[in-house]
Design a protein around this ligand. Structure first.
Ligand code: FEO
Ligand code: CA
Ligand code: CA
Ligand code: CA
Length: 673
């Protein structure tokens, strides 16, 4: 009801100023309330969180480092899915990690916990259970959203929850382990970062920096002596590395031993040498059924996943899922379904089976950006001779291509990007936006194998250290947002047009080389990460995870009303190389924002990241996650409240807690008006 009435003016709110306060700031006329914090109990009979390092039972509490999040509507009685339900619903969110220094988990133990070379099993059990995914019911009570502690929908998925490996790689020799000799299952999910909302009402969760959690012995290269060494190196796991938290040292039980992926036994069925091949996927969860199987969708490729964004749906045609791989110089991907969209599936109740139908069969593509403003989607297929004969890795078959998608993308010459984080699809134009958060290794004079030269799609090599006239060329440290338009608007297109929608920058930075989008003090930001379009208002919400501008402001969220690819034009950036010669880089930029099309909406507390965004279908409640406030508190100060860098949200001398906010407008209007 009411949709026929006059529309409000979007972005009519007053811009929020940059801030270093240990608070959340939103515009006048808005209220941001804390809804769901680390440790909050989500089962009947679980005690309130003491937040002093002594709590346990994280399988029945909110996990840590709230990240990507989606809202799933319920009907008024709470008995079934209602995609339009705005009074009652489920929040499904990722719990990416924990706040730590040198692997020691600062706030989860009384004084930082055991050293990482000799972990105490009971501590490890707590830390493991704080990772994964949570699903929690939220309901309006007297007009305000609360979470429901005893809802039957509430669920935790942790790195120990049994998970199905689904799609082409299921049962492959590459995925067989001591835990699953058949290669059909694995234990759990970890470092879950961005999310996606499927058209049939399930959650997609991206496994990102999973490789960090595994240990690998000092002479494992020689022990293996096969091509798996090249795969492990490409995914960031050199021999002689310990796990992020040393979980592998906590005991002989498989739930600790599985974090050591060294080749130890006679065959792959005796050890965990292949365990890492069971991580790095898009994970699908049906939030409405807390006993439904959780599935890793191997057809969508294995890398450091962020979000998953769907193309517009056309009945009778295949659709696409867009995905980024967040590491310096990694790629942008899309998966195109083999099955054509059947609109009846939007309201099916066998949701995981619908996921099987669309996400287990299709083609995986990687993006190459051309200097003329066009780009190509290159299929990753074993039949491509560049892949079949690649010198860097010997692919056995198409499953090997999916499991080692990074190597296959190397083989076909995809474009190395400035850390692709979230992607999202514009609800009306269908254009796809990707945040490229930053890249300290993007250089004018690139040297060595780890640095990348500026190119048209990653054209900036100067960041905020260009101050007072001194250019120290630190790389693209403020990031940018690139967008693409598929040829003909078709999800199956193999070519696209692109431009750079926005460049992050400090407002007072040199506009010829750094503040290329002409950002004002009401708009300036650095390191875009979360990106999400409201279906209710069409607003593009941009969230930051920054280390370059945090001397001036905490991380933030901005509201944007972007135009479309090609609405700006060609721009030439001019650099001076080390040998004093001139380097011109032509790029394509979107129309510069105005005060009416880009405005800061929220600034978070000290040392947080703002990430994850979801809304009720009526657009009147916006859920936003505040991740890791106070994360830079040193280990030495773990037991010293006076020295925590943040006490948000509980205040006083409390330990900081990652939390979900619910934002409402005091006049009951839609968020962003
Ligand atoms: Fe978990 Fe790339 O952010
Ligand atoms: Ca992120
Ligand atoms: Ca980030
Ligand atoms: Ca993070």
């Amino acid at each position: 009801g009411g949709d026929g009435g006059p529309r409000e003016t979007l972005l009519a709110f007053s811009a929020v100023a940059k801030s270093l306060s240990d608070t959340v700031t939103v515009p006048p006329g808005y209220t941001a309330s804390v809804l769901y914090r680390l440790g909050d109990p989500i089962a009947a009979g679980v005690a309130a969180y003491k937040n002093d390092g002594t709590d346990g039972d994280y399988e029945k509490r909110a996990g840590d480092h709230h990240d990507g999040m989606e809202y799933f509507g319920l009907n008024a009685a709470g008995t079934a899915r209602d995609p339009n339900g705005s009074e009652r619903g489920l929040l499904a969110m990722n719990h990416e990690a924990t706040s730590d220094e040198g692997g020691r988990v600062i706030f989860m133990h009384p004084a930082g916990g055991s050293p990482i070379n000799a972990r105490v099993a009971a501590e490890v059990d707590k830390e493991v259970a704080a990772h994964g995914i949570s699903i929690v019911e939220v309901r309006k009570v007297n007009g305000r959203f609360q979470y429901v502690q005893d809802s039957a929908y509430n669920r935790r998925i942790t790195p120990l929850t049994p998970v199905e490996l689904s799609g082409p790689a299921r049962g492959s020799a590459l995925l067989r382990t001591r835990y699953s000799n058949s290669g059909a299952t694995t234990r759990g999910t970890i470092n879950n970062c961005g999310t996606g909302y499927t058209p049939w009402g399930t959650l997609l969760s991206g496994e990102e920096n999973w490789a960090n959690y595994f240990a690998r012995g000092a002479s494992d290269d020689a022990a293996r002596g096969d091509k798996s060494v090249a795969s492990l190196r490409r995914y960031g796991k050199n021999q002689g590395s310990t796990g992020r938290h040393g979980w592998e040292t906590a005991g002989a039980d498989d739930r600790y031993a599985r974090w050591n992926i060294s080749q130890l036994g006679a065959t792959a069925l005796d050890d965990y040498r292949n365990e890492m091949n069971t991580y790095g996927y898009i994970v699908e969860v049906d939030p409405y059924g807390n006993d439904t199987p959780v599935k890793k969708r191997t057809a969508l490729g294995r890398f450091a996943h962020e979000s998953a964004a769907f193309s517009k749906l056309v009945a009778g045609k295949p659709f696409a899922v867009y995905m980024g791989d967040d590491s310096r110089g990694e790629y942008m991907y899309k998966f195109v379904t083999q099955a054509s969209w059947d609109a009846a599936d939007a309201n099916a109740t066998n949701r995981i089976a619908i996921g099987d139908k669309y996400l287990d069969n299709g083609k995986l593509y990687v993006a190459r950006f051309n200097p003329d403003g066009t780009g190509a989607w290159i299929e990753l297929n074993i039949a491509d001779t560049r892949i079949a004969t690649y010198a860097g890795y010997s692919f056995a078959d198409q499953v090997d291509v999916l499991v080692n998608a990074r190597l296959a993308a190397d083989a076909v010459g995809a474009t190395k990007m400035d850390r692709p984080e979230w992607c999202a699809t514009h609800p009306t134009t269908g254009e796809v936006y990707f945040t490229l958060t930053n890249n300290s290794n993007r250089k004018v004079d690139a040297t060595g194998s780890s640095q990348m030269a500026v190119d048209p799609a990653n054209p900036r090599a100067y960041g905020d250290s260009y101050k007072g006239g001194a250019v120290s060329a630190p790389g693209n440290i403020n990031g940018h947002i690139i967008r693409i338009r598929e040829n003909g608007g078709e999800a199956t297109a193999n070519a696209f047009a692109w431009d750079v929608y926005l460049f992050g920058s400090e407002a007072d930075a040199d506009g010829a080389r750094i503040n290329l989008s002409g950002l004002t003090a009401d708009q300036d930001f650095s390191s875009p990460d979360g990106l999400w379009f409201s279906k209710a208002t069409g607003i593009c919400w941009i969230q930051t995870d920054d280390g370059a501008y945090t001397d001036v402001t905490n991380c933030m969220m901005l509201a944007a009303l972007p135009g479309q690819v090609g609405d700006g034009g060609k721009t030439t950036l001019t650099y001076t190389k080390a040998d004093s010669s001139t380097l011109n880089v032509d790029t394509f930029m979107g129309k510069k924002p105005t005060a009416d099309t880009l405005k800061r909406f929220l600034v978070g507390p000290v040392s947080c990241e703002i990430t994850g965004c979801a809304e009720t279908p009526d657009g009147k409640a916006l859920f936003v996650n505040v991740q890791h406030p106070g994360e830079n508190t040193p280990l030495a100060d773990a037991a010293n409240p006076a020295r925590y860098t943040s006490h948000w949200p509980d205040g006083g001398t409390a330990r900081p807690r990652s939390s979900t906010l619910v934002i409402t407008k005091d006049d009951g209007g839609r968020i962003g008006s």
